[in-house]
Design a binder for this molecule. Structure first.
Ligand code: B12
Ligand code: SF4
Length: 530
């Protein structure tokens, strides 16, 4: 069996060179379990292989394999196109192979996946148990059509077997097989200690594969991995990739105790994501003393009205207080805001920029909302007849506005009523420029790329930085073009309700009047805004 991580090479467009190569964690997990079961699947990662060489690599593997060949493709929505194109070619070259699709997109859209004749099976949900069962049935020539979580074609019809969420004890799985990803420049500085999320945010597809039940690994298992990362791979800055690290306070305290007991609080630093309403001063303080240094909050909006629409289950005040406490303690604090949410206005977006500055956040992302399949937002967009799928979801990218080439725009996948795509695009850019055209912030980002949650890294060592200089120059040029376009449409053509005076606030940070937007004087801003 060959497991393939489908991935477009340029998902992050002009920002691609400034992101590390992330390990495909889903495939890694499957490889770990398979290894433990005595099966040794091969794997290919489209992120790191030369596009023209992938089929040759597969052919080399296939030469050593026995029939029936099994290909398992892993696809987020952003990678669906790559997965479909590759699988089509695989079917042509190996007509009697079995082609299985897994991961989040096939879980949410099995019917669509199986509408492609060359895909045999969509395996929904977590794959650790199901894939091994399926593999054995196929290899032993047994019937597999009774297995839970499978979708397949029979007599021209698509059959969906029962969806059974796996609530396996995560400690029953082997440790993450970092050793399989040692080579080829992967960033190994991560651990993942829990799955599932009990909240119901309408834009989030995290629960599609795992369900809402929150499961976590033991502190010992997690710290064993930290041990490997520190001692074997020399990593000291670690990203906890749990969707929501602090859902269960008791588990966090156990984890902190174990980290301290083994001395990693002194040797390593940890970055994590959390919700504003899951923190309190004592917890944050204790986390800091256990080595946690950087926190990322998905604030998403500065409006409590929108908070309700997106079913976030927390308030803006809770998020503000969480950021205030974290900053006071000394954390590096990042956050996201999502623009183009249902019910949103231009003013709501401007309130987000204002809030980002008021909170003195260290890094911010202003995403454009993306109705990923399996989310409530997808259903809303569909109902409103505003779902815009280009090709095979090529425009489904929540950061497209900032990362796109200014001459090759990526159309939005959703624009809420009473807004236009152009206006939102300009608001996203305006927000980014207002926030990042700040000498102090830029200095920090370039000087300490290890801080934060890995959104931008221009190289930690001088040589790495030097190698990225051409890409940096290109990025700089693209930003100048984007800025020029923004100025033209906002100020010359006056296509957005923003005054010249307010536009000038973009430069506040550059003139080093740090965080100088007067957040208390909303009257003035509203006046210039409308
Ligand atoms: C870590 C993470 C990342 C990391 C690493 C991603 C990676 N390559 O693994 C980074 C930061 C790079 C990243 C980037 C992006 N991410 Co991300 N990410 C996550 C996160 C938080 C955890 C993923 C994870 O590792 N889970 C743990 C593993 C074990 O679970 P898993 O991947 O689902 O795998 C299991 C099953 O899906 C299944 N399975 C997986 N593959 C296969 C294959 C076969 C054959 C079978 C049978 C089964 C199977 O079995 C696995 C084990 O149980 C998820 C949220 C979530 N909880 O899923 C978002 C998430 C996956 N990301 C998301 C998005 C949108 C992105 C970006 C597009 C965002 C952006 N614009 O920058 C990029 C795309 C990058 C790319 N080139 O593909 C969305 C995906 C939505 C969608 N429908 O596609 C998610 C769900 C978050 C969300 N917003 O809702 N991400
Ligand atoms: S956005 Fe965060 S809190 Fe909301 S459902 Fe997703 S993981 Fe959970």
């Amino acid at each position: 069996m060959i497991l393939i991580n489908s991935s477009p090479k340029d998902a992050l467009k002009i920002f691609q060179p400034f992101l590390p190569i992330f390990v495909p964690i889903g495939i890694g997990s499957l490889l770990g379990v398979a290894e433990k079961e005595g099966i040794k699947p091969r794997y290919i990662d489209e992120q790191i292989e030369d596009e023209d060489n992938i089929l040759n690599l597969i052919a080399e593997h296939v030469r050593e394999m026995e029939k029936p060949y099994i290909f398992g493709l892993s696809a987020f929505t952003v990678a669906f196109k790559s997965a479909i194109l590759l699988s089509k070619e695989l079917r042509r070259r190996y007509p009697d192979s079995v082609i299985i699709f897994g991961s989040i997109h096939p879980t949410a859209m099995p019917e669509e996946v199986l509408s492609y004749e060359h895909v045999d099976i969509a395996l929904r949900g977590e794959g650790e148990k199901s894939l091994i069962e399926l593999y054995r049935c196929i290899k032993e020539g047994k019937d597999f059509t009774h297995l839970d979580n499978l979708s397949y074609r029979k007599d021209g019809r698509i059959i969906h077997n029962k969806r059974a969420y796996s609530f396996d004890d995560l400690d029953s799985y082997p440790p993450f097989p970092y050793h399989l990803f040692e080579k080829k420049g992967y960033d190994l500085g991560f651990v993942i200690g829990s799955r599932g999320c009990p909240y119901g945010c309408i834009f989030c597809s995290n629960r599609v594969t795992t369900g809402r039940k929150y499961r976590f690994r033991s502190a010992e298992a997690i710290v064993n991995e930290l041990d490997i990362l520190y001692h074997k791979y020399n990593r000291s800055s670690i990203l906890f990739l749990d969707d929501n690290l602090l859902v269960n306070e008791k588990r966090i305290y156990t984890l902190m105790e174990e980290i301290k007991r083994r001395g990693f609080d002194k040797k390593m630093s940890f970055n994590f994501q959390a919700r504003g309403d899951n923190v309190n001063y004592k917890l944050l303080n204790d986390l800091y003393s256990a080595g946690f240094r950087s926190v990322f909050f998905g604030i998403e909006t500065a409006s409590d009205r929108i908070m309700k629409i997106i079913k976030k289950g927390e308030t803006v005040a809770e998020c503000k207080e969480a950021v205030r406490m974290a900053k006071e303690i000394g954390f590096h604090v990042s956050a996201t805001f999502i623009y183009a949410l249902p019910g949103e206005t231009h003013q709501d977006r401007m309130d987000c920029v204002r809030l980002s500055k008021e909170l003195k956040l260290d890094m911010v992302r202003y995403n454009n909302s993306t109705p990923y399949p399996g989310t409530e937002l997808y259903e809303i967009a569909k109902r409103e007849n505003r779902l815009n799928i280009q090709g095979l979801y090529e425009n489904f990218n929540s950061v497209s506005t900032f990362i796109e080439n200014p001459f090759k725009r990526i159309p939005f996948s959703y624009v809420p009523p009473d807004n236009t795509e152009d206006e939102i695009r300009r608001d996203v850019l305006f927000s980014y420029f207002s926030f990042y055209l700040d000498i102090e912030r830029l200095k920090k980002i370039f000087a300490r790329p290890d801080q934060g949650v890995g959104w931008f890294n221009a190289g930690e060592k001088f040589l790495e930085f030097l190698k990225k200089v051409p890409a940096l120059i290109f990025l700089g040029l693209m930003m100048v073009v984007k800025f020029g376009q923004l100025f033209y449409y906002m100020i010359i053509k006056k296509e957005t309700a923003i005054s010249f005076r307010y536009f000038l606030k973009i430069f506040d940070g550059l003139w080093n009047i740090k965080n100088s937007v007067d957040t208390t004087n909303n009257k003035d801003i509203k006046k210039t805004e409308t």
